[in-house]
Design a protein around this ligand. Structure first.
Ligand code: GLA
Length: 545
């Protein structure tokens, strides 16, 4: 990235209100778009018009002015490729129309210590309390901002996700050594940023509501700093994936990648190696993808120590043990690597990797001590320091390395096959084959990754047994059980089913009748049961009032 461009942009921010810089054609292809109508983003524009109008009014009540712009980032549904991104493998999600929008306003204050002050509030005041943070700027040097913004993962406040997005951009500024705040005209200025969030991605549903907050916040902040035309979509995806880890979850990069790289009517095969990339995937036209919420809620940050991060550690340790057996010289890896890295090193097929799991990993669970002994580490602490220094696991035993690795290799393989099926020009029964792979994905996620729960089982079985359904699986979910419960209990979130378009209406009404109408306190239908086409990725929206 040309430093000069960044510097020019940053000079600009502190002099005046954010504004759109002119973009070259090629940049337009790869940077987050700045649009002036809702039609460019949404299908259902009427509903959105009211929503944006309400946001503007609430913003005015709260901050006294109307917002300068809106930053919008979508949630996503993952069609296949579950729990493989943090092992380096490709995933196949699509962006949803459901999203998080941040109305943003900026003002500059003179004669005060240089700082960035951020005021964060939500349209759902009753559930989400407001918060303000002020980040000092040392010696007018913006690279200092990064170190001054602290996010405490132990203090769960929803605004932590907003701060993660901001911190991601500050990290970008630091890594790119953007020191332009030293400019005289920035002295004694406080940049005061007001944000009002509105989201309709159901929280804890596995549709990536928290990442949509991180992405929209990073986008809002980057636009304030006039960095929108400078940072590519892929870089936005990568930096937000890293920065979401500030809340303590070691998640992979799928959610943030699709939020920025998603496109209308196109699902994406997202790959992470050697760097973030997205290949368009043509979904079969006779199939609709239906998202159904099991109504069991799962929150990834609150439970990371017991659940999500645990799976990350299991995959890393499986990789170390397999590398020891399979690589020449039987090395003890000096740093954590992914299962995909290992497969690439070996130039092996998926089948070979699956056999390697059977041959070299024991089916019974390992304890951390056993892994340390097998690798010749003097203590569990030494093992942890090397392979997962920032992760604390609540339980040091019951590590099911064989099952986790086998899930990853088979799931990565299935995802690859679905991508291939979608993009092949050959006619044939693509839709049924995709449905079958989705079912297999579910069974593997349930049995080998222990990621299902009674609600998800009931719902996927019901979906599979309903006319028109070709396959059904859980999607993008995180274990929500707390320390006291056994791993495998307490998962939640949504299912995704492939349904023949001709049977869609009947399918939706059967599922509503058989699953939701029998339960109490069910949220509005459109929030728990809907069919979705791939929607547009993140955008800055500047409406002409
Ligand atoms: C969460 C993470 C993703 C991915 C999915 C599981 O959504 O944020 O990176 O690992 O879980 O597929």
């Amino acid at each position: 990235m040309a430093n000069q461009t960044i510097k020019t942009s940053l000079t600009f921010i502190l002099l005046c209100q954010p504004r759109i810089l002119s973009q070259t054609k090629s940049q337009q292809m790869s940077v987050v778009p700045i649009v002036d109508t809702l039609e460019k983003v949404y299908n259902n524009v009427e509903l959105q018009r009211d929503r944006y109008q309400n946001m503007s009014e609430t913003f005015k009540k709260e901050y006294g002015v109307i917002p300068d712009f809106f930053a919008r980032a979508p949630g996503r549904v993952n069609l296949i490729g579950e729990h493989v991104d943090y092992s380096g493998y490709g995933v196949l999600p699509m962006a949803l129309e459901k999203d998080v929008v941040i109305a943003t306003g900026v003002k500059l204050e003179e004669n005060t210590k240089p700082s960035i002050a951020v005021h964060i509030s939500s349209t759902q005041h009753d559930h989400y309390s407001s918060k303000s943070v002020e980040i000092p700027i040392d010696n007018c040097d913006p690279t200092s901002l990064f170190d001054h913004l602290n996010i405490d993962p132990k203090e769960h406040h929803w605004t932590n996700y907003v701060l993660c997005g901001i911190k991601g951009i500050l990290q970008y500024i630091k890594d790119n050594n953007v020191s332009q705040f030293k400019d005289k005209s920035f002295e004694n200025k406080k940049i005061s940023i007001s944000m009002l969030l509105d989201g309709n991605v159901p929280s804890g549903s596995g549709l990536s509501s928290s990442s949509a907050v991180v992405c929209s916040s990073a986008l809002s902040f980057s636009h304030v700093l006039s960095l929108t035309p400078v940072i590519s979509k892929a870089d936005m995806g990568s930096l937000t994936a890293k920065s979401e880890q500030f809340v303590g979850v070691q998640s992979g990069g799928m959610d943030q990648a699709i939020s920025f790289l998603g496109e209308r009517n196109i699902a994406m095969y997202i790959t992470f190696v050697p760097k973030l990339g997205a290949e368009p995937v043509k979904l079969p036209e006779d199939v609709a993808f239906v998202v159904a919420h099991s109504l069991a809620i799962s929150q990834k940050a609150q439970t990371a120590a017991f659940n999500y991060n645990r799976r990350v550690v299991e995959c890393r340790l499986a990789c170390v043990l397999l590398a020891r057996q399979l690589l020449q010289g039987n090395p003890i890896l000096v740093e954590p690597k992914t299962l995909k890295w290992l497969q690439d090193e070996l130039k092996a097929s998926f089948e070979t990797m699956e056999q390697a799991c059977e041959q070299h990993l024991k089916r019974d669970a390992y304890s951390m001590q056993q892994v340390a002994d097998e690798l010749g580490f003097e203590s569990v602490d030494a093992l942890q320091k090397r392979y997962f220094p920032t992760v604390q696991l609540a339980n040091q035993s019951d590590l099911k390395l064989h099952d986790r690795a086998l899930h990853v290799f088979t799931e990565a393989h299935r995802t690859f096959l679905v991508e291939e099926l979608c993009n092949t020009s050959e006619a044939g029964d693509k839709a049924h084959k995709i449905g079958k792979l989705m079912n297999e994905s579910h069974f593997s996620g349930r049995d080998l990754y222990e990621a299902s729960c009674p609600e998800l089982e009931e719902l996927t079985i019901l979906c599979r047994n309903t006319k028109g359904c070709l396959g059904s699986r859980f999607t993008g979910i995180i274990n929500n059980c707390l320390s006291s419960c056994k791993i495998g209990a307490g998962w939640g979130g949504c299912t995704v089913s492939a349904v023949l378009v001709e049977d869609l209406e009947q399918f939706l009404s059967t599922i509503w009748k058989e699953y939701y109408s029998k339960r109490e306190n069910v949220p509005a239908k459109e929030t728990v049961l809907f069919s979705s086409l791939p929607s547009a990725g993140a955008a800055v929206i500047k409406l002409n009032n």
